[in-house]
Design a protein around this ligand. Structure first.
Ligand SMILES: CC(C)(COP(=O)(O)OP(=O)(O)OC[C@H]1O[C@@H](n2cnc3c(N)ncnc32)[C@H](O)[C@@H]1OP(=O)(O)O)[C@@H](O)C(=O)NCCC(=O)NCCS
Length: 191
């Protein structure tokens, strides 16, 4: 697939079933996510809608349907953490290593910079060499290693955290623009 056939766009709640189809094998067969039961489509719709109020949720659309998604969510819920997010990404197992993840993360960073977000944090089950290489390629570096902190599929698993800084740290910092406000601003700019 050529990259110009890929359309990275904001996800909508109508994408829930397709995104869940991508996510399900990672839940059922791997410890890449620590979620153990596959969420319902209704639950997934709720998650997309909640995330989109504050942060970007992106889908990689192609002639084959949606083949990957990425989003940012709050790193921690206290206000002083507003400039930090957790990033998450899942590419359809059939479409890995084709540049889909790269296209999604590039667009995710574009939105996050527009919001004045400064810190990106990724939580990665260890080992996951593909994800670690991918994040390293994007400029993330490892900051923490937690030992056997999750139990799934009959085994205990470690996680690492990787971080990346994407902006200048001013004092005071520019306020974070919530995603719904940013989208409204852009729509006003268009008319
Ligand atoms: C990790 C993951 C998100 C990476 O996404 P991806 O789409 O496979 O990654 P990309 O194809 O963009 O990049 C992977 C490699 O392909 C290369 N690549 C990029 N565009 C390419 C293209 N058009 N053709 C061939 N290769 C390409 C990249 O250079 C990269 O190589 P490198 O890692 O040696 O630098 C994906 O494999 C995935 O979903 N894994 C399972 C879920 C997961 O682990 N998520 C992260 C949880 S923390």
């Amino acid at each position: 697939m050529k990259m110009h056939d890929l359309n990275i766009r904001l996800a909508t709640t109508d994408d829930a079933e397709e995104l869940l189809r991508i996510y399900t094998p990672y839940v059922e067969d791997t410890a890449i996510t620590f979620e153990i039961a596959v969420p319902t489509a209704e639950e997934f719709r709720g998650r997309i809608s909640a995330i989109l109020q504050k942060h970007p949720y992106l889908a990689a659309d192609s002639e084959h349907g949606i083949i990957g998604y990425a989003y940012a969510s709050a790193f921690k819920n206290r206000e002083a953490y507003d400039w930090a997010v957790e990033t998450s990404i899942y590419v359809d197992q059939e479409w890995r290593d084709c540049g889909v993840g790269t296209a999604l993360y590039q667009e995710l960073e574009r939105w996050l910079k527009a919001q004045n977000i400064l810190n990106l944090n990724a939580c990665i089950t260890y080992p996951n060499p593909d994800s670690i290489r991918f994040h390293r390629g994007f400029g993330y570096r490892q900051t923490a290693h937690f030992t056997k902190c999750g139990y799934k599929l009959g085994a205990w698993h470690d996680v690492i955290w990787m971080e990346k800084m994407i902006g200048r740290r001013r004092n005071p910092p520019e306020a974070v623009i919530p995603m719904d406000a940013l989208i409204r601003q852009m729509n006003v700019g268009k008319s």
